[in-house]
Design a protein around this ligand. Structure first.
Ligand SMILES: [Zn+2]
Length: 264
């Protein structure tokens, strides 16, 4: 404080009219320079470590990756169906609100929307009667869990030396962004076999592909439809849409996007 008072006095003595202002002016300049420096440093640190396009900021602008080059443009006038079974969740259509329905817990700790449970159970009963050993390995997932999965995938790629931006580009090919995973609806299941080996899992998926539509399920991400769904083939992922829609979609060899008129 002593020094400041001293400077003040000196300035005033030097110039009785402008001294005080000049003192302020130099302090303001110094403060401004510090602020600019802090912003510049923060900016470069941010760019260096995270890149500019943080995944969290890109909800409304889905990244178009190689396998997501469907013809035409995004259907802008799409309106979600009133039918809960037909809710569309993908990169273009994030969930509008978090799941707030009832969940039913399954044998190995996974859970699903209680409304699809009876059909799921009936389907598994029939599969088991046919000598198969199906198992739900993933059901409902919260958006926090989805975020964690994506973050882990990003870290994994960064561990291989990718920048955050590159890592994110790669990670979103495997993990949906929070709000855009169908698992957050509780209406889909990833199915494998109890034993978990390829042969028994394949047998389960083969049975599913032939029979699941009778129980209201569809194979949601067929291999040859990734340009429409935006998701690489996932033989294990089945979605409940109700028997009528399931049979139409399966018979027409089509997708939920096409069925709802929401394909790009
Ligand atoms: Zn899945």
């Amino acid at each position: 404080m002593a020094e400041r008072e001293n400077r003040n006095t000196v300035e005033i003595e030097e110039d009785k009219h402008g001294g005080v202002w000049r003192l302020y002016s130099s302090e303001v300049m110094a403060a401004l320079i510090i602020v600019v420096l802090v912003i510049a440093v923060a900016f470069f640190v941010n760019k260096f470590f995270y890149g500019f396009d943080l995944p969290e900021l890109s909800f409304s602008e889905p990244v178009v990756s190689d396998q997501y080059s469907g013809p035409g443009k995004k259907e802008k006038s799409f309106v979600q169906s009133e039918d809960w079974r037909l809710v569309l969740v993908n990169r273009d259509h994030p969930l509008e609100e978090d799941f707030d329905g009832e969940l039913t817990e399954l044998r190995y700790g996974q859970s699903v929307d209680s409304r699809i449970y009876p059909d799921l159970q009936a389907m598994f009963d029939e599969m088991r009667a046919a000598g198969l050993d199906p198992r739900v390995v993933q059901g409902y997932r919260t958006s926090e869990e989805q975020k964690e999965r994506l973050d882990n995938k990003i870290s994994e790629y960064m561990g291989y030396g990718k920048t955050r931006e590159e890592a994110w580009q790669l990670a979103v090919q495997w993990e949906a962004e929070p709000g855009t995973s169908e698992h957050e609806t509780g209406l889909c299941v990833d199915i494998s076999s109890d034993s978990g080996d390829n042969e028994s899992a394949n047998a389960v998926w083969e049975w599913m592909d032939e029979n699941c539509s009778r129980f209201g399920f569809i194979k949601r991400y067929p291999n040859n439809k990734s340009s429409v769904t935006g998701v690489k083939g996932e033989p294990w992922h089945y979605r409940y849409v109700g028997p009528e829609a399931a049979q139409e979609i399966t018979a027409g060899n089509t997708t939920l996007e096409e069925y709802l008129g929401a394909a790009r």
